[in-house]
Write a protein of this length. Structure first.
Length: 270
Protein backbone atom coordinates (compact mmCIF):
# COMPACT_ATOMS: atom_id res chain seq x y z
CA UNK A 1 0.00 0.00 0.00
CA UNK A 2 1.29 3.44 -0.91
CA UNK A 3 2.46 5.66 1.92
CA UNK A 4 2.03 8.84 -0.16
CA UNK A 5 -0.97 11.15 -0.40
CA UNK A 6 -1.38 12.61 -3.86
CA UNK A 7 -1.21 16.39 -4.36
CA UNK A 8 -3.87 17.14 -7.03
CA UNK A 9 -2.93 19.87 -9.46
CA UNK A 10 0.68 20.09 -8.30
CA UNK A 11 3.56 20.26 -10.77
CA UNK A 12 5.13 17.00 -11.86
CA UNK A 13 8.45 16.22 -10.25
CA UNK A 14 11.58 16.14 -12.42
CA UNK A 15 12.47 12.67 -13.59
CA UNK A 16 15.71 12.68 -11.59
CA UNK A 17 13.76 13.32 -8.39
CA UNK A 18 11.49 10.28 -8.54
CA UNK A 19 11.46 8.24 -5.30
CA UNK A 20 13.75 5.27 -4.95
CA UNK A 21 12.10 1.84 -5.34
CA UNK A 22 10.09 0.82 -2.32
CA UNK A 23 12.33 -0.73 0.31
CA UNK A 24 11.66 -3.86 2.31
CA UNK A 25 9.59 -3.01 5.39
CA UNK A 26 7.89 -4.84 8.26
CA UNK A 27 4.44 -6.18 7.52
CA UNK A 28 1.54 -4.50 9.26
CA UNK A 29 1.17 -7.62 11.41
CA UNK A 30 4.81 -7.29 12.50
CA UNK A 31 4.34 -3.59 13.23
CA UNK A 32 1.29 -4.41 15.36
CA UNK A 33 3.12 -7.10 17.32
CA UNK A 34 5.93 -4.64 18.02
CA UNK A 35 3.40 -2.09 19.25
CA UNK A 36 1.84 -4.67 21.56
CA UNK A 37 5.21 -5.65 23.01
CA UNK A 38 6.25 -2.05 23.68
CA UNK A 39 2.99 -0.56 24.93
CA UNK A 40 2.55 -0.01 28.65
CA UNK A 41 -0.68 2.02 28.58
CA UNK A 42 -3.75 1.86 26.36
CA UNK A 43 -7.29 3.13 25.99
CA UNK A 44 -9.82 0.42 26.82
CA UNK A 45 -13.26 0.90 25.30
CA UNK A 46 -16.16 -1.07 26.76
CA UNK A 47 -19.91 -0.89 26.24
CA UNK A 48 -21.46 1.30 28.91
CA UNK A 49 -24.31 0.09 31.09
CA UNK A 50 -25.44 3.62 31.92
CA UNK A 51 -26.06 5.34 29.61
CA UNK A 52 -26.62 2.03 27.90
CA UNK A 53 -24.86 1.20 24.65
CA UNK A 54 -22.36 4.04 24.50
CA UNK A 55 -18.60 3.42 24.10
CA UNK A 56 -16.84 4.01 27.42
CA UNK A 57 -13.13 4.78 27.16
CA UNK A 58 -10.65 4.54 30.04
CA UNK A 59 -6.90 4.54 30.56
CA UNK A 60 -5.42 1.17 31.56
CA UNK A 61 -1.99 -0.36 31.97
CA UNK A 62 -1.21 -3.27 29.67
CA UNK A 63 1.27 -6.03 28.92
CA UNK A 64 1.25 -8.65 26.17
CA UNK A 65 1.43 -12.43 26.33
CA UNK A 66 3.61 -14.50 23.92
CA UNK A 67 0.85 -14.39 21.28
CA UNK A 68 0.51 -10.61 21.53
CA UNK A 69 -2.78 -10.77 23.43
CA UNK A 70 -3.18 -7.80 25.80
CA UNK A 71 -3.18 -8.56 29.53
CA UNK A 72 -4.99 -6.19 31.90
CA UNK A 73 -5.08 -6.02 35.69
CA UNK A 74 -8.50 -4.60 36.51
CA UNK A 75 -10.26 -3.68 39.72
CA UNK A 76 -13.82 -4.85 40.29
CA UNK A 77 -14.55 -1.30 41.45
CA UNK A 78 -13.74 0.20 38.04
CA UNK A 79 -16.55 1.18 35.68
CA UNK A 80 -14.96 -0.65 32.75
CA UNK A 81 -14.82 -3.91 34.74
CA UNK A 82 -18.53 -3.74 35.45
CA UNK A 83 -19.12 -3.10 31.76
CA UNK A 84 -17.05 -6.15 30.79
CA UNK A 85 -18.93 -8.37 33.21
CA UNK A 86 -22.15 -7.36 31.48
CA UNK A 87 -20.75 -7.53 27.94
CA UNK A 88 -17.23 -8.75 27.08
CA UNK A 89 -17.03 -6.98 23.71
CA UNK A 90 -14.23 -4.44 23.86
CA UNK A 91 -11.49 -2.66 21.96
CA UNK A 92 -8.05 -1.49 22.99
CA UNK A 93 -6.17 1.41 21.39
CA UNK A 94 -2.36 1.27 21.62
CA UNK A 95 -0.11 3.99 20.19
CA UNK A 96 3.59 4.67 19.77
CA UNK A 97 5.04 7.22 22.20
CA UNK A 98 5.40 10.70 20.71
CA UNK A 99 9.17 10.92 21.45
CA UNK A 100 9.32 14.49 20.20
CA UNK A 101 7.51 13.85 16.90
CA UNK A 102 5.86 17.06 15.71
CA UNK A 103 2.70 15.47 14.33
CA UNK A 104 0.92 12.94 16.55
CA UNK A 105 -1.07 11.68 13.56
CA UNK A 106 2.18 10.41 12.05
CA UNK A 107 2.58 7.95 14.93
CA UNK A 108 1.76 4.27 14.57
CA UNK A 109 -1.28 2.96 16.44
CA UNK A 110 -3.61 0.00 16.41
CA UNK A 111 -7.03 -0.90 17.72
CA UNK A 112 -7.57 -4.51 18.78
CA UNK A 113 -11.18 -5.66 18.87
CA UNK A 114 -12.40 -8.79 20.62
CA UNK A 115 -13.84 -10.23 23.80
CA UNK A 116 -12.12 -9.27 27.06
CA UNK A 117 -12.69 -11.79 29.86
CA UNK A 118 -11.14 -12.69 33.23
CA UNK A 119 -8.50 -15.41 33.18
CA UNK A 120 -8.88 -18.67 35.04
CA UNK A 121 -6.39 -19.31 37.89
CA UNK A 122 -4.01 -21.39 35.77
CA UNK A 123 -3.71 -18.70 33.10
CA UNK A 124 -3.63 -15.89 35.65
CA UNK A 125 -0.39 -17.19 37.17
CA UNK A 126 1.50 -16.78 33.88
CA UNK A 127 -0.20 -13.44 33.22
CA UNK A 128 0.87 -12.21 36.66
CA UNK A 129 4.55 -12.80 35.91
CA UNK A 130 4.43 -11.06 32.52
CA UNK A 131 2.40 -8.14 33.83
CA UNK A 132 4.67 -7.51 36.81
CA UNK A 133 7.74 -7.65 34.55
CA UNK A 134 6.21 -4.75 32.60
CA UNK A 135 4.74 -2.95 35.64
CA UNK A 136 6.80 -3.66 38.78
CA UNK A 137 4.84 -1.12 40.85
CA UNK A 138 1.70 -3.20 40.39
CA UNK A 139 3.19 -5.62 42.93
CA UNK A 140 1.78 -3.32 45.63
CA UNK A 141 -1.83 -4.12 44.67
CA UNK A 142 -1.78 -7.18 42.40
CA UNK A 143 -2.96 -9.47 45.23
CA UNK A 144 -5.79 -7.24 46.45
CA UNK A 145 -9.07 -9.17 46.52
CA UNK A 146 -10.82 -6.81 44.09
CA UNK A 147 -8.16 -7.11 41.34
CA UNK A 148 -8.15 -9.77 38.63
CA UNK A 149 -6.37 -10.40 35.34
CA UNK A 150 -8.26 -10.03 32.08
CA UNK A 151 -7.16 -10.80 28.52
CA UNK A 152 -8.44 -9.37 25.26
CA UNK A 153 -8.48 -12.04 22.54
CA UNK A 154 -8.12 -10.17 19.23
CA UNK A 155 -10.78 -10.99 16.66
CA UNK A 156 -9.61 -8.22 14.34
CA UNK A 157 -6.97 -5.49 14.34
CA UNK A 158 -6.97 -2.10 12.66
CA UNK A 159 -3.51 -0.67 12.05
CA UNK A 160 -2.69 2.94 11.17
CA UNK A 161 0.99 3.72 10.69
CA UNK A 162 0.64 7.38 9.81
CA UNK A 163 -0.64 9.09 6.70
CA UNK A 164 -1.58 6.62 3.94
CA UNK A 165 -0.41 3.50 5.79
CA UNK A 166 -3.34 1.55 7.17
CA UNK A 167 -5.09 -1.80 6.92
CA UNK A 168 -7.13 -4.44 8.73
CA UNK A 169 -4.74 -7.09 10.05
CA UNK A 170 -5.84 -10.71 10.19
CA UNK A 171 -5.87 -12.07 13.75
CA UNK A 172 -4.03 -15.23 12.68
CA UNK A 173 -1.28 -13.26 10.93
CA UNK A 174 -0.99 -11.05 13.99
CA UNK A 175 -0.53 -14.04 16.31
CA UNK A 176 2.10 -15.59 14.01
CA UNK A 177 4.12 -12.39 13.50
CA UNK A 178 7.23 -11.58 15.55
CA UNK A 179 7.92 -8.27 17.31
CA UNK A 180 10.87 -6.33 15.96
CA UNK A 181 14.10 -7.31 17.78
CA UNK A 182 15.35 -3.70 17.73
CA UNK A 183 12.25 -2.20 19.35
CA UNK A 184 13.80 -1.69 22.78
CA UNK A 185 16.88 0.03 21.30
CA UNK A 186 15.24 1.96 18.48
CA UNK A 187 14.93 5.27 20.35
CA UNK A 188 18.63 5.20 21.29
CA UNK A 189 19.65 4.36 17.71
CA UNK A 190 17.59 7.24 16.31
CA UNK A 191 18.94 9.70 18.87
CA UNK A 192 22.52 8.67 18.09
CA UNK A 193 22.12 8.85 14.31
CA UNK A 194 20.30 12.20 14.31
CA UNK A 195 22.60 13.85 16.86
CA UNK A 196 26.01 12.42 15.92
CA UNK A 197 25.65 11.47 12.24
CA UNK A 198 23.36 14.13 10.75
CA UNK A 199 25.65 14.43 7.71
CA UNK A 200 25.31 10.72 6.97
CA UNK A 201 21.51 10.87 7.41
CA UNK A 202 21.34 13.73 4.89
CA UNK A 203 23.55 11.77 2.48
CA UNK A 204 21.20 8.80 2.79
CA UNK A 205 18.34 11.06 1.69
CA UNK A 206 20.17 12.80 -1.15
CA UNK A 207 22.05 9.90 -2.67
CA UNK A 208 20.42 6.63 -1.67
CA UNK A 209 16.79 7.84 -1.59
CA UNK A 210 17.35 10.05 -4.65
CA UNK A 211 16.02 13.26 -3.07
CA UNK A 212 18.75 15.50 -4.47
CA UNK A 213 17.26 18.78 -3.29
CA UNK A 214 17.10 17.66 0.36
CA UNK A 215 18.25 20.34 2.78
CA UNK A 216 17.85 18.31 6.00
CA UNK A 217 16.80 14.83 7.01
CA UNK A 218 15.79 13.10 10.22
CA UNK A 219 15.72 9.37 10.84
CA UNK A 220 12.26 8.71 12.29
CA UNK A 221 12.17 4.93 12.70
CA UNK A 222 14.43 1.91 12.48
CA UNK A 223 13.65 -1.80 12.40
CA UNK A 224 15.21 -5.10 11.42
CA UNK A 225 14.73 -4.39 7.69
CA UNK A 226 15.78 -0.75 7.41
CA UNK A 227 14.82 2.77 8.42
CA UNK A 228 12.62 5.71 7.48
CA UNK A 229 13.48 9.35 6.91
CA UNK A 230 11.64 12.64 7.18
CA UNK A 231 13.27 14.79 4.51
CA UNK A 232 13.02 18.56 4.16
CA UNK A 233 13.09 19.99 0.61
CA UNK A 234 12.29 23.43 -0.87
CA UNK A 235 8.98 21.96 -2.10
CA UNK A 236 8.04 20.63 1.35
CA UNK A 237 8.64 17.54 3.49
CA UNK A 238 9.00 14.09 1.93
CA UNK A 239 9.18 10.60 3.37
CA UNK A 240 11.66 7.92 2.34
CA UNK A 241 12.57 4.41 3.39
CA UNK A 242 15.87 2.61 2.89
CA UNK A 243 16.58 -1.08 3.41
CA UNK A 244 19.56 -2.82 4.92
CA UNK A 245 21.30 -5.39 2.73
CA UNK A 246 20.01 -8.10 5.09
CA UNK A 247 17.78 -8.11 8.20
CA UNK A 248 19.55 -7.19 11.44
CA UNK A 249 18.77 -8.07 15.03
CA UNK A 250 21.40 -6.36 17.22
CA UNK A 251 22.73 -2.83 17.66
CA UNK A 252 26.14 -3.95 16.44
CA UNK A 253 24.58 -5.27 13.23
CA UNK A 254 22.73 -1.95 12.84
CA UNK A 255 26.00 -0.02 13.22
CA UNK A 256 27.70 -2.11 10.54
CA UNK A 257 24.73 -1.72 8.20
CA UNK A 258 24.65 2.07 8.70
CA UNK A 259 28.37 2.33 8.00
CA UNK A 260 27.98 0.32 4.80
CA UNK A 261 25.16 2.60 3.63
CA UNK A 262 27.21 5.70 4.48
CA UNK A 263 30.07 4.39 2.32
CA UNK A 264 27.61 3.71 -0.51
CA UNK A 265 26.21 7.22 -0.18
CA UNK A 266 29.66 8.79 -0.29
CA UNK A 267 30.56 6.72 -3.32
CA UNK A 268 27.31 7.55 -5.08
CA UNK A 269 27.71 11.24 -4.40
CA UNK A 270 31.25 11.43 -5.75
Amino acid sequence: MSTDHGRPGGPAEPEAEQPAPRATAPSHAERCRTLAQQARTATLCTIARDPAGYPYGSLVTVAADPQGRPLLLLSALAEHTGNLKARPEASLLLAEPAQGRADPLALGRMTLLGPCRPLDPAEAAAARARFLAAHPRAAHYVDFADFAFYRLDPASIRYVGGFGRMSWVDAGEYAAAEPDPLASEAAHILEHMNADHADAVLAYAKVLAGIKDATAATMTSVDRYGFELDVITPAGPRAARLAFDAPVSTTDEVRKAMVALARAARGGGA
